[in-house]
Design a protein. Structure first.
Length: 279
């Protein structure tokens, strides 16, 4: 009877799923879908903010620049009311027979990437497991770091502007609440994820000031401003493979253009302070 019990037990154990052996997991496939603005200043806000700075340099209107601009566009808004936020949408495919939770997301964005005075921002978003209520989204010493030279790490972007880019959270599907809880990609399944970022208002406004200065004739006649912002995105997403370690999958570079203002998106809201340790 003992022998039968042992045989039966071994048969039962043989049917249990075993943890993957090191080297047997394949990296997930990441497909970048789009980057869209979700918050931006209105055209009127942009005009009202830049008009005094641009007209101040004109001798014939310098003394009355604020009055002229106020007459055209109303009171000048404060920087926090001009925040800009965007979503990155990815499709993640897990070819393995075990689920893989996302762990870290590294995103770097260069604004005006083709010019010498481009502005570069990078941020490491640390994601927490659902069973880690005390987990902080602040990166640790090992967050967003990889040993492979073919994979971009946070240390590959040493010249980033402080707080130019701020992490806003992640969601497993469009329209779901954003959080810093790690989405899990089920075994053999595909998952769409959205990651939100925002620009620190002061840093981005300084960059856009050069464009505003080029539109002096429009401002002097009370016409509306518009901005075309070329950008380049790249980064890496890490997945937690348990005892096997972490799987790093790079994405980008991806080039595109944001246009301010964009019809149909909400005016910018104040940006919350970045989580401790953000870059």
């Amino acid at each position: 009877m003992l022998a039968l019990a042992l045989v039966g037990g071994c048969s039962t154990l043989a049917n249990l799923p075993l943890p993957p052996m090191p080297g047997t997991l394949k990296p997930p496939t990441i497909t970048f879908q789009e980057s869209i603005l979700v918050q931006a200043p209105t055209q009127h806000q942009l005009n009202a903010y830049y008009c005094p700075d641009v007209l101040q340099g004109r001798t014939r209107v310098a003394l009355g620049a604020s009055m002229v601009c106020r007459g055209f566009f109303g009171p000048r808004p404060v920087p926090k009311d001009l925040a800009v936020a965007f979503d990155l949408k990815f499709r993640v495919e897990n070819p393995n027979k075990v689920p893989l939770p996302m762990a870290d997301v590294l995103t770097a964005v260069a604004v005006f990437p083709q010019v010498s005075n481009q502005r570069l921002g990078a941020v490491c978003t640390r994601l927490c497991g659902g069973d880690q209520p005390a987990c902080s989204a602040a990166p640790t010493a090992g967050s967003c770091q990889a040993s492979s030279r073919d994979v971009r790490s946070l240390s590959d972007f040493p010249a980033v502007a402080t707080n130019l880019l701020v992490a806003g959270g992640i969601a497993a599907a469009t329209g779901q609440p954003l959080s810093f809880t790690a989405p899990q990609v089920a075994a053999g399944e595909t998952l769409d994820v959205v990651v939100r970022f925002s620009f620190g208002p002061s840093q981005l406004l300084a960059t856009l000031g050069d464009l505003a200065a080029q539109s002096l004739s429009e401002l002097e006649t009370g016409r509306e401003l518009s901005f075309r912002i070329p950008f380049r995105l790249e980064g890496t997403i890490w997945f937690d493979a348990g005892s096997v370690g972490r799987l790093a999958v790079p994405y980008g570079p991806i080039d595109g253009v944001w246009v301010f203002p964009t019809p149909g998106i909400a005016p910018a809201l104040a940006v919350d302070a970045p989580p401790p340790g953000g870059t």
